[in-house]
Design a protein around this ligand. Structure first.
Ligand code: ZN
Length: 245
């Protein structure tokens, strides 16, 4: 019932428990690496619901090192990326999971969830919904990025650059989340290029992290699952293998 509501929006979504099981199985089959040989970083929103709904098996990997700030943008930057890259086991791999998040309620409402102990639904991702509200009201000023609200202002600027696309979409918060994913993916690619990893592989896993109501748990739809062989610089997509498992 819950997975059905989620799949109306994200047809290939799975529970985050299944997602992590498949992820770890695929890595072991492809590279022969066990979870304790993987240094895991995530770039996810700092929203407490993501901590509550974090899939426990992900903790079998080393880490996580948190790269993310509001809505999963890798605000820890080059310094964050470099720091965790140098904590990796030498015979292992670095794995970076990045995703903006979005709530979907049991009855299929997108951009909201029912949180523990609350009587009404609340926004999820709150930052994305806040920035979208300002976009709709024409309240985002081009180039306005202040130190007082740096992360939020950065998200506002990302949305402003895609204003037409977001406002003309059939569902604006869905589209804004797609825009956010693309901005995060682009930034992760740049950060990866700028970083040296003293190991064999870098695994890049990008997607949308979907929060359900308090009793639904969380879900995930992958958009990218790639392995970079650091010796040959070859990139290989593991998406097909992941969905076959
Ligand atoms: Zn959020």
């Amino acid at each position: 019932m819950s997975l059905e509501s989620v799949r109306k929006w994200y047809p290939k979504a799975m529970t985050s428990i299944d997602t992590v099981n498949r992820l770890l199985d695929t890595i072991e089959e492809e590279l022969g690496l066990k979870p304790n040989q993987l240094m895991h970083a995530d770039s996810m929103c700092c929203d407490d619901v993501n901590a509550i709904q974090y899939p426990p098996r992900a903790l079998e990997m080393l880490g996580p090192f948190h790269l993310g700030g509001l809505n999963g943008f890798p605000f820890a930057g080059i310094t964050g990326m470099n720091a965790f890259a140098h904590h990796v086991p030498e015979d292992g791999a670095v794995i970076i999971f990045y995703a903006p998040h979005i709530g979907i309620t049991k009855d299929g409402t997108i951009g909201e969830i029912h949180r523990i102990g609350q009587s009404a639904n609340s926004a999820c991702c709150g930052a994305a919904k806040g920035a979208l509200g300002k976009l709709i009201d024409n309240k985002i000023i081009q180039g306005n990025v202040s130190s007082l609200d740096f992360q939020m202002n950065t998200i506002e600027q990302i949305f402003l650059h895609q204003k037409k696309r977001i406002l003309n979409a059939p569902n604006q918060i869905f589209e804004a989340t797609e825009v956010m994913y693309e901005a995060i993916d682009e930034r992760i690619q740049v950060l990866v290029k700028e970083t040296n990893y003293p190991c064999k592989y870098v695994l890049l896993v990008g997607g949308i992290f979907i929060n359900g109501d308090r009793d639904m748990g969380s879900f995930c739809q992958y958009k990218r699952f790639e392995c970079i062989d650091l010796e040959s610089s070859e990139r290989k997509s593991l998406m097909e293998k992941y969905y076959k498992n």
